[in-house]
Design a protein around this ligand. Structure first.
Ligand code: M3P
Ligand code: FE
Length: 304
């Protein structure tokens, strides 16, 4: 029962060919199909039809897809989202290539969230019988294994946190708070499984994307990702560094259209008994960049 993970991120890109090159050859994703001007991509250790969709025309997020365990969950989430006052519609098989019936929710932050349980199974690159630890034919670029999380912005983090908790059963791993009494929520990092976060949001404009992140195995994979960025002239935002929040290791970088991506390693384990961690504004720079303890204002201002 419940939400399993971030399944797909559907983004707009100004330069479809240049962006396809970035996601295929820098990140190392495979193109599954192209339909109706949209490119559907998948990382090597993902099993479902796709995890990233690229669409030409602008920048930023079209929608996020989160996979739920059963179709009965969709009924439950529909009721709860409607009771919460969110705009909810049913989506039907074929609305997204490879994805079955589901639910389309407009979040209080104006982002579109799709929930689905039925999705075409393609399998990962190493299979389920005596698998190799990684594809023996090799990987391109970084060779990211999978998508990890997204971070979006909202005018009302309190309301969005309440939505994810009350409607979708997410829990809060970490909060960033402001104000003399530390009672103003600036950001929230929430999980549905055992990762430190499956979604996060910080206060900002409605409907915007701060970044979406790919998992990489460890610190040396992260440093190697940095090598790939340098070889391929990919603009870096910051890193390699350690996050205070989530304890993950990170490099932020940009796709050719200016959408921010992240490679993320490490992070602690959560679960239903995890107790929320709180960061205050005087330690915010350390929370985000524990290594350097400073933040370029553009890191918070640049969203797509
Ligand atoms: C992360 C993370 C911001 C903090 C970002 C933190 C945008 O991306 O993965 O923990 O303030
Ligand atoms: Fe992140």
């Amino acid at each position: 029962m419940g939400v399993i993970r971030l399944g797909y991120v559907h983004v707009r890109v100004t330069d479809l060919e240049g962006s396809a090159e970035h996601y295929r050859n820098t990140l190392g994703m495979d193109q599954v199909t192209e339909e109706g001007g949209r490119l559907y991509l998948k990382s090597w250790d993902e099993h479902d039809h796709h995890s990233v969709v690229l669409e030409g025309g602008g920048v930023g997020l079209v929608k996020l897809g989160y996979k739920v365990a059963t179709s009965a969950d969709l009924d439950e989430f529909e009721q709860r989202a409607t009771a919460f006052g969110a705009e909810v519609a049913r989506m039907t098989k074929g609305d997204n290539v490879g994805v079955g019936d589901g639910l389309r929710i407009t979040l209080p932050s104006d982002h579109v969230l799709e929930l689905y349980s039925d999705v075409e199974y393609l399998g990962n690159a190493t299979g389920t019988w005596n698998p190799d630890p990684w594809p023996r034919e090799g990987l391109r670029g970084i060779g990211v294994p999978r998508l990890d999380h997204t971070l979006v912005t909202t005018e009302d983090p309190v309301l969005l946190e309440r939505f994810f908790a009350e409607v979708l059963g997410f829990r809060t791993a970490e909060r960033l708070v402001a104000g003399p009494d530390n009672d103003q929520l600036v950001g929230s990092w929430m999980f549905c499984g055992e990762q430190p976060h499956d979604i996060a949001f910080v206060k900002g404009a409605q409907g915007k994307l701060h970044h979406f992140a790919y998992h990489v195995d460890d610190w040396s994979s992260l440093l190697r990702a940095g090598d790939v960025f340098s070889m391929r002239d990919v603009p870096i935002d910051f890193g390699p560094a350690r996050h205070g929040i989530t304890r993950g290791e990170t490099i932020y970088f940009f796709d050719p259209s200016g959408n921010r991506n992240e490679v993320f390693a490490g992070g602690y384990r959560t679960g239903p008994d995890f107790r929320t961690i709180t960061w205050t504004m005087e330690k915010a720079a350390q929370g985000i960049n524990y290594t350097h303890r400073e933040l370029d204002p553009d890191f918070l201002n640049v969203v797509t």
